[in-house]
Design a protein around this ligand. Structure first.
Ligand SMILES: [Zn+2]
Length: 51
């Protein structure tokens, strides 16, 4: 698993930080914002990260 710099989508209430996260990978480049956006972490990413 690969943890990456946090990113989030304008259209989602959470952020991603794992490049194996399917929903995260589906976010188109133009919808991606760097950082956490002060949002909660994606549950799928948390699982992948082993949190
Ligand atoms: Zn995710």
């Amino acid at each position: 698993m690969a943890k990456v710099q946090p990113f989030n989508s304008k259209n989602e209430p959470h952020y991603h930080d794992n490049d194996k996260c399917g929903p995260g990978a589906e976010i188109p480049q133009y919808d991606r914002l760097p950082g956490t956006g002060n949002k909660a972490k994606c549950k799928n990413c948390a699982k992948l990260d082993g949190d």
